[in-house]
Design a protein around this ligand. Structure first.
Ligand code: PLP
Length: 348
């Protein structure tokens, strides 16, 4: 058996999703004449109670378009230090927007109340101008941690008091919403812009959406074009996104539950030092003696693939293409590993 726990980006379109893609009416989206892209953007905007949406090739692009639209060069962006926009987007905010980052040391990737106020800089010529707050829900590097709407509201309201705009990197927002029972519209009300990924747990092959006001989305569309993200018959891809929004949201609760099953198994293993609180579809754990790479080599011989997330840290991610049977198999192999590792003590 092969089980891919590397990332929820590994999902491939289901036969039904592929059928929807093949059947999509398409046009030239740069001329805004692709009916399927238009329908996806309208559907998503409506669901979040926001004015407009923009279909983009990646979540990096939707996040960076948001930063571009909310800031001027020499501004700074406030975010938690584990944020995707800081860690995993190549530092491109400096290139595309000419801004710097003001990093907060929060908890499991989450900003804590009071931190924004401390971070905002006074208006001196020699200081960057603090302009934008970015939150991430769920927080990837924070172990898939979830902000409740109340927690996010407290932080965003603090930012508003200082005149900051607020953007949500909601790459896996739906993984959080199926846990909290909150609605997308509640989150749409809170932020000036939201980015969601269709290509993660939702199972579409490509695509992210930026949501915001008509004014913001019009400006973002222009930047998308000049950054090289204008796509033509993108309706084939948008159809996958529409299919995902209609059919793959509720099932995310299974992914979350399966990650918690893995966490519960790991915490009992003698070779595991600790397992981070697992709230959604990401499970991060720390090994007692072995390096992450050695451990992953052993797992690979069992057909289980995962990601190193530090010298002794490993990340498991569950998704659409990891079944209940596969989880049962991983649980059984993780338990068997305790014996195997006891017989052959770890190198280094
Ligand atoms: C995956 C991800 C993104 C976007 O990544 P792309 O690979 O550019 O689509 C943004 N934020 C978070 C938290 C992510 O996990």
């Amino acid at each position: 058996m092969e089980v891919n726990l590397i990332s929820d980006t590994a999902t491939r379109p289901t036969p039904a999703m592929l059928e929807a893609m093949f059947a999509a009416p398409v046009g030239d989206d740069v001329f805004r004449q692709d009916p399927t892209v238009n329908r996806l953007e309208e559907t998503a905007a409506h669901r979040f109670g926001m004015e407009a949406a923009l279909f983009c090739p990646s979540g990096t692009m939707t996040n960076q378009l948001a930063i571009k639209c909310h800031t001027q060069p020499l501004d700074e962006v406030v975010c938690e230090e584990k944020s995707h926009i800081y860690q995993y987007e190549g530092g491109v905010y400096s290139l595309l927007s000419g801004v710097s980052m003001n990093l907060l040391h929060g908890e499991r990737g989450k900003v804590l109340p009071g931190q924004v106020t401390t971070a905002v800089k006074p208006a001196y010529d020699w200081l960057p101008r603090t302009r934008l707050l970015v939150l991430e829900n769920t927080c990837n590097k924070g172990g898939g941690s979830i902000y409740t709407h109340a927690e996010a509201t407290a932080v965003v309201e603090e930012a508003r008091q200082h005149g900051l705009a607020a953007h949500l990197d909601g790459a896996r927002l739906f993984n959080a919403l199926v846990e909290t029972g909150e609605s997308p519209a509640e989150w749409g009300q809170l932020f000036d812009s939201i980015s969601i990924c269709l290509s993660k747990g939702l199972g579409a092959p490509v695509g992210s959406l930026l949501l915001g006001t008509c004014e913001l989305i019009d400006r973002a569309r222009r930047y998308r074009k000049v950054f090289g993200g204008g796509m033509r018959q993108a309706g084939y891809l948008a159809a996958a996104g529409l299919y995902a929004l209609d059919h793959h949201v509720e099932r995310l609760r299974h992914d979350n539950q399966r990650a918690r099953t893995l966490a519960a198994t790991l915490v009992e293993q003698p070779y595991v030092a600790s397992v981070e609180t697992t709230e959604s579809n990401i499970c991060i754990f720390h090994l007692r003696h072995q390096s992450a790479n050695d451990f992953l080599e052993v797992l690979k011989t069992e057909g289980i693939l995962a990601t190193p997330f530090g010298p002794r840290t490993v990340r498991f991610t569950t998704h659409l293409d990891v079944s209940e049977e596969q989880i049962a198999y991983v649980v059984e192999r993780l338990q068997a590993l305790a014996e195997r590792l006891a017989e052959a003590p770890a190198r280094g």
